[in-house]
Design a binder for this molecule. Sequence first.
Ligand code: ZN
Length: 169
Amino acid sequence: MFDHIRTKARPVRWFRAVHDPTVVPKHALIGSLACQNKLPTLDNLIRRGLYLANQCGLCEKANEDVKHLFFTCAYSAQVWTQVGNWSAPLPLPRLLDWYMHYNKGKARGKNLRRVSLVTAIYMIWKERNARIFKDVKTSPQSLSIKLKYAIANRMYYCDKGRMDKKVAC
Ligand SMILES: [Zn+2]
């Protein structure tokens, strides 16, 4: 019965990366909500009936939705570029295709890229919320440094088989 009532969101291409045991659970939760377009982004809040101006919480120059916020926003693009140069040297337009087609398996490099993707989504969301609710802004360069630290920290514990350890971010 419930299946008939609920609307089924089409899983996005990077859905599989979110549900990987190497990913920190709280990062996976935000990634999962982003995959299903269930995060309270401004476009979703407006769709639910709230009267709000739709302006990206990061760049303040475009409408805010999942695709813009995490992938096409100028702020996020700078973060992806810096992290990509370090962990997954791929041009941004090809990044999602690559996750869809080539990032299967348990090799360390593939785990690293999955962790990078989901951790980046988590931290970009956290930055967006800090700007909106606390009026605190972190530059893309500083966020990239924090992100690299969080990714390296997680990979360290994954390498040790201690995926229950928390990541400071
Ligand atoms: Zn933006």
